[in-house]
Design a protein around this ligand. Sequence first.
Ligand code: HEC
Ligand code: HEC
Ligand code: HEC
Ligand code: HEC
Ligand code: HEC
Ligand code: HEC
Ligand code: HEC
Length: 320
Amino acid sequence: MKKVLNLILFLGFTFWCFAQDHVNSENRIANRHCLDCHGQRVYSFVNPDDGSTVRKLMPVDFRVDSALFYTGAHHIFKCVDCHVPEYDSFPHPNQLRFEPMYACLDCHGGDDTYAKYHFETIDEQFQKSVHSPETLNGFTCWNCHDPHSFRINQRTGESIANTIAYDNAVCMKCHFETGSEVMLLLANEKLKPMSVSHDWLPNQELHFRQVRCIECHAAMHDSLLVAHLVSPADSAVKQCKECHSRNTMLLSSWYRFQNIENRNKNGFVNGVLLNEAYVIGASRNEILNILSLILFGLTLGGILVHALFRLKMNKRKRHE
Ligand code: HEC
Ligand code: HEC
Ligand code: HEC
Ligand code: HEC
Ligand code: HEC
Ligand code: HEC
Ligand code: HEC
């Protein structure tokens, strides 16, 4: 009996895989036409007047990376599931520029399959955030969730390092040192360079590599895995002890990080705080803590001495 059941399961699974493959390969073939141009840096077309082949550069903003597309959350789609099929013709008809685009909630809103993501709550949080369309004309979820590459990491149990890198890259697409050109489209006012707005934070580069922007900039919500309420900068976390202490706030957000299997294997605190990244001051291990606090003191001491030295030099300069 068990054997028969196994056989049925096996056949069912094989069929399912086949069906999936079939859909995927059909879509891939359909997409190839679009990606022949949009997936390339140089595209070409035939001039209907004289039959010659014309080569042109594909503008950066119109490029779609096919490798990223097929590893993204929406890899199962054809381009023309989201875009109108009239894009098949080239040159694209002018009026297509005004094609209305789907919003996330058009597909995911009120759908039980996606209930665990709480799309409606995310939308509420987004509407209250500094990026809401009410504050920034034209800002949508797509500005952070690139339609052609976005994928999820935290929920799928990607390593903390990868998740931090991915999530921060989302913010840094616009907020890098000098600010991206997209800011010209969206911003009301010019922001300071990142190194200036974060000059109070030592080891900036390390912090941006080891801590997510949203850890300091977005308010958590009980039912959300990823905080979406990015608040004005003046309410961001600035106190070192929020993280560099025993009851570090990172515990509550990193707790959500760990997939259950990982958590059980290592015990949470050891798993996250000792194996993946060691946050100074946050360990349950006394010796490590004391050692790190000494290091921390030395670093702060160094900054203090440096500051005093600068002050003295300035005074001296003024006397001269
Ligand atoms: C022969 C090359 C070529 C092919 C094939 C092609 N495109 Fe394009 N597409 C372009 C170029 C060049 C632009 C930018 C200039 C323009 O809008 O015509 C563009 C622009 C676009 C835009 C942006 C329009 C805007 O102004 O916002 C979309 C969306 C688009 N294409 C989708 C598609 C889809 C979907 C397919 C496949 C069904 C496709 N394209 C096939 C060359 C191509
Ligand atoms: C899940 C829906 C979805 C799929 C699938 C999709 N797109 Fe898009 N695409 C969008 C959205 C939404 C925008 C507008 C993005 C924005 O406003 O920031 C867009 C914009 C574009 C643009 C204009 C440039 C830009 O980034 O604004 C091009 C070109 C394009 N898509 C090509 C493609 C091609 C080629 C494919 C297939 C390989 C494809 N799209 C598949 C949703 C999709
Ligand atoms: C045109 C409809 C459509 C739009 C628009 C759309 N999605 Fe999806 N999305 C889907 C479908 C269908 C799936 C399931 C894909 C699958 O089965 O692999 C999906 C899957 C997902 C997943 C789960 C991925 C996974 O690996 O399990 C997430 C998260 C997601 N979408 C987020 C978004 C976000 C965020 C937006 C807007 C920025 C958005 N979607 C816009 C239809 C859509
Ligand atoms: C300011 C940038 C930003 C904006 C705006 C934004 N998101 Fe996100 N979102 C992120 C980041 C970063 C992640 C984390 C991806 C990861 O590592 O899993 C994420 C994750 C998600 C997830 C997966 C959460 C989970 O539980 O696994 C969903 C669903 C989602 N966003 C939906 C939306 C929707 C819907 C909107 C618009 C109403 C939106 N997002 C607007 C940055 C943003
Ligand atoms: C598509 C570009 C874009 C992305 C992606 C983006 N932002 Fe922004 N952000 C902006 C713009 C534009 C402003 C508004 C500037 C202004 O005041 O006019 C802004 C404002 C802010 C502010 C408020 C500054 C203040 O004036 O108080 C913070 C904080 C912020 N963003 C953090 C983030 C974080 C964290 C992420 C990633 C989760 C992110 N942003 C992703 C474009 C972006
Ligand atoms: C350790 C906490 C922390 C981290 C990590 C952090 N920030 Fe900030 N950020 C702040 C604080 C606090 C301010 C406000 C500083 C002030 O007003 O003196 C700020 C200011 C800003 C501003 C406002 C700039 C302006 O001109 O007003 C933006 C935008 C911003 N951060 C984006 C980011 C992004 C993007 C990341 C991730 C790469 C990030 N921050 C990482 C705490 C942090
Ligand atoms: C949002 C959490 C958070 C905040 C707030 C924060 N840090 Fe950190 N800090 C970290 C993490 C995570 C690391 C990387 C892990 C580690 O090396 O401890 C780190 C690393 C450091 C290091 C580097 C240790 C080394 O190995 O070189 C120093 C020094 C430091 N932080 C000092 C500070 C100071 C001073 C403040 C306040 C002005 C501060 N941090 C605020 C999370 C934070």
